[in-house]
Structure formats: C-alpha cells, structure tokens
Design a protein around this ligand. Sequence first.
Ligand code: PTJ
Length: 270
Amino acid sequence: MGIARVERVEIPRSHPRYESLVIRERLVEGLESGVVVPQGLIAHGRGECFDYLLGEKTTEPALRAMRAAAAALLLARHPVVSVNGNVAALVPGEVVRLARAVNARVEVNLFYRSEERVRKIAEVLRAHGAQEVLGVDDATATIPELFSERRRVSPRGIYAADVVLVALEDGDRTEALRRMGKTVVAIDLNPLSRTSLAASITIVDNVVRAMPKLAELAETMRSEPEESLRRILESYDNSEVLSDVLRYIEARLRELSEGIRGKVWSPGSP
Ligand code: PTJ
C-alpha cells in the first residue's frame, strides 16, 4: 500500500479522504515554513465546505469559465498571475506553467504582507521554474481606495496589467481592480463570495484542480486564431455561469437528499 510521507502524518493511499488530507498537510507544511498564514488554514476550511457541495470535481460551468479565462489571458497585452500564501503552497508549479503558456508575469501579493513571507513565496516560485517574480522589492505602486496590504503592487505587474488572475482573493481588491478597468479572473470555491460576484470571470473550483486545467487549456488554445478566442470571450456571461453553479449545487443536494437513506452508515454496513 502506497504511503505519502508528509511532515507529521502518514496518510495511507487507501484512505477515502486521501487527496483532501494530503492537501491539508501541504498547507500545514506551508504554515510551518512561513509561506502560509494561520488565516490561510481557516480560508481553506471554508473552501473545503463548498467543495463538498460541488462533489469535489470540476463542473461544466467551471470549465466554461476556464475557457473564457484562457481566452482572456491569451488575448491580454499584459497578463499577470497574482500569488498569495495558499496558492504558493498548493500549486506553485502550475502557476509557473500557466504563466508560461499565456506569457504572463507572476507577482506575489499578500493580504497579510511581511517582507519575509514575500521573499519565501518568491523563492518557492523560483524553485518551480519562475524566471522573474514581481512584488518583492518593487511593490511601490498603490491600488487606489484600497486599505489592506494588498494595495501594494508592482508598477510593472498588477498595476499595469490589463488582465489579472487571482485565487482566494478578497472582495475589496477585486472590486478595486475592476474599478481600475482591469479584467479580473478569480478562482474561488464560494460562488457567493464578494470576489466571485465582482470578478469578470469566476472559476468556481478548487485551485488544485483549476490551475492545472487552466494551464492545459491555455496550452491547447494558444494555437487557436485570435478571432475564435474573441468570440469565446464575447459570448461569455459570468452571471449565467454563477447561476448555473448554484443550480448545479441545488440539483446535487436534491439528488443526495432523495438517496440519503441508502447512504446512512449503520453498524451492519460493509
Ligand atoms: O497569503 P495571504 O496573506 O495573501 O492570505 C491569503 C488568505 C487566503 C488568508 C486571504 O486571502 C483570505 O483571508 O482569504 P478569504 O477572505 O478567507 O477568502 C478565501 C476564499 O477562497 C473563500 O471564498 C474560500 O471559499 C476560497 N477558497 C478557499 N480554499 C480554496 C478556495 N478557493 C479555491 N480553492 C481553494 N483551495
């Protein structure tokens, strides 16, 4: 039986919640190495709850949003992928792969900013192949009307970007970036979060599934003619996608509630 060795716990591959437990351990390791903040664990727990409702898989509306996101990133003049602690702990290699596929810059941008954490996250990204990481020594520009540490951005990165990809973001900054005229692509498991409602394109999916899928889509779609990418983007409707995600959850809960009797465990169950 395969065993994944992580910092403090050995999780047998046969465990029914294997994937989810490995992800948790990766965040705990990130906490111990100073990449993730304790609040990041709370944020993840909130995300897990929504992932349960989605059945822990990428839904059709999420895929639709990903195609539009890939089109927006490929058509952008100056795309930027914004990275925080949780993203660096969970999908550093996929961030670099996506940035390469769409020719985007990578910028560290933190809600709970400390210079030490910014440096550690940049190191993680470099170790996964990032050539240049912005937001470290050059976070000298300010997003107007934003009071959290996330207002500090690189003038060559998020400040100048036309398309910004964010994951596990806060609503204030998403709104502020939209007010600056930017297209914001958000990855957020909560379809009702302020970020989800304020983003231009919302991918309601777990970042561990969404980031690799988005990178793969961008790699395939980059050979498509510009005209067809534009058509994908023009026909995209974010409120329709959010509404379809909610309907998906509604239908899933209805189906589960009807079949719950057969699923309830008893001492006689296998
Ligand atoms: O590293 P820092 O300092 O920038 O801080 C990062 C956190 C995540 C602590 C900060 O951005 C934060 O407090 O985020 P919130 O306001 O809790 O929002 C996180 C959102 O991401 C919530 O809507 C969660 O449902 C969602 N979320 C959590 N885990 C995942 C997720 N979405 C996608 N994939 C996940 N794995």
